[in-house]
Every structure is written in structure tokens, then in C-alpha cells.
Write a protein that binds this ligand. Structure first.
Ligand code: 5RP
Length: 228
């Protein structure tokens, strides 16, 4: 079984999970290849929900193509659940996210939801976060000062570049991303709040406050459901 099949399997498990929610509510939907599998699996059941809120322009495009209703988060009071992938998840449900660059909107929508349902294959499970470079979305003019502050945590900081171009990757918010490699994040809550306090940081891709409540994780044996 390859990784695409594992993603598809967990996408289908997430579909079954959200169909247990009472109908007529709004669902939060994340970004990335695993979230895409979930969207595709949920499409035939889209009428179970009155609408969705989306964490990125890519996801919005895919949802609209399938005929989902996509709502402005400002018009939605709360969400029963937010379903999204992760770049890494630790045994307590803390995550690194933002590999796809959508971390800020992902965190906003996660904060609106009663439950974060994380979906991934088992390659994303780690004992300690930090092998995957930590994304930090920043105001472009703060690149220099934020880089120096982030280096104090002991990692190697690099500006994310757009694919096939020597230009900065620009997020849906018109901002840039610094990736911090080589960290060993033993206290994700503390690091999240310390990085959030650096002037010029929009969002750090550490999801400790907004950690997963449920993890659906696929491996060759099937999909495991973990509750945190
Ligand atoms: C995007 C994200 C994604 O959830 C994360 O990168 C996982 O993506 P994939 O499912 O493609 O491995 O945080 O900003």
C-alpha cells in the first residue's frame, strides 16, 4: 500500500467520522493532499452540511468544484469540527502544520471548532516535534528581525521560496514564511506562545493550544482512532 492509498483510506474514515455529526451544521475543512482526499470522499454527502469554511484558496477551489457551499468565517458563529492534516503529530496531539503554507487560516478555523479531527498516515507520528521544519508566517518587512529572534531557539532559519522561482513564497494573506529546521520541541505550548510574541510574526505553525482532539491515522493494517 502506498502513501496515496493511505491518505485515501484516512480521508474515507474522516468522512464516516463527520457523518456522525448532526446534519445541517457548518464544517471546517483544511488544506493539503490528505484534506483533498477527505473532500473528495465527502463530496457525495455534501448536503449533510449546510456549508463549509475553508482554510485556503486551494481548498475553496476544490470545495466549489464539488458543489459545496463555502461560507465566510465571519458569518459563522462556531463549528462542530475542523478536519485537517498535519506535517507532524506527537503523542499528546500537538502538531506542526503549515507545510502547504495555510497555517494562519488553519489556526483561525481550528480555533472556531469544538473538535480538531487530525487525519494523516502513520509517517506523520513522531515522539518529539521538530524533525519537520517549523513554518512561521511573517510580515515581510520583519524578515530580518524575526530570523534573528528565531535563531535564538537553536534552529536554522530559511525563507520559503516559491516552487521553480527564486522569489519568496507568498501566502493567501500576502505574507512570507520562514521555515525553522533542526528544532527539538519538547514543550510545544511554551514555544508556541514565545514565538507568537515576536513582533512581525503572524502565526507559528505549532498547534499546541489548538491541538488535535481526535486523530485518525492510517497504516497498512487500517485506520486507528485516537482520542486526546
Ligand atoms: C497545510 C498543512 C497540511 O495540513 C500539512 O502540510 C499536511 O499536508 P499533507 O496532507 O499534504 O501531507 O498544514 O498548510
Amino acid at each position: 500500500m502506498n502513501q496515496d492509498q493511505l491518505k485515501q483510506m484516512v480521508g474515507e474514515a474522516a468522512r464516516d467520522e463527520v457523518l456522525k455529526l448532526a446534519p445541517g451544521q457548518v464544517l471546517g475543512i483544511g488544506t493539503g493532499s490528505t484534506a483533498n482526499c477527505f473532500i473528495d470522499a465527502l463530496a457525495p454527502h455534501k448536503d449533510h452540511f449546510s456549508g463549509t469554511v475553508s482554510s485556503s484558496n486551494f481548498t475553496t477551489e476544490r470545495l466549489l468544484k464539488h458543489g459545496f457551499k463555502v461560507l465566510n468565517p465571519n458569518d459563522v458563529a462556531g463549528l462542530p469540527a475542523y478536519v485537517d492534516g498535519a506535517d507532524e503529530i506527537d503523542p499528546a496531539g500537538h502538531m506542526i502544520k503549515g507545510g502547504g503554507g495555510a497555517l494562519t487560516r488553519e489556526k483561525i478555523i481550528a480555533s472556531m471548532a469544538n473538535q480538531f479531527i487530525c487525519i494523516c498516515d502513520s509517517s506523520k507520528q513522531v515522539p518529539v516535534l521538530g524533525h519537520f521544519a517549523l513554518p512561521v508566517e511573517i510580515i515581510p518587512l520583519a524578515q530580518g528581525v524575526v530570523t534573528r529572534e528565531l535563531e535564538k531557539f537553536g534552529g536554522r532559519v530559511s525563507l520559503r521560496l516559491a516552487k521553480a522561482a527564486q522569489e519568496p513564497f507568498v501566502t493567501d494573506n500576502g505574507a512570507w514564511i520562514l521555515d525553522v529546521a533542526g528544532l527539538k520541541i519538547s514543550d510545544p505550548k511554551s514555544m508556541e506562545s514565545q514565538i507568537n510574541q515576536i513582533a512581525g510574526v503572524i502565526t507559528v505553525g505549532l498547534f499546541a493550544k489548538e491541538k488535535a482532539n481526535i486523530l485518525l491515522v492510517s497504516n497498512v493494517a487500517g485506520v486507528e482512532r485516537v482520542i486526546f
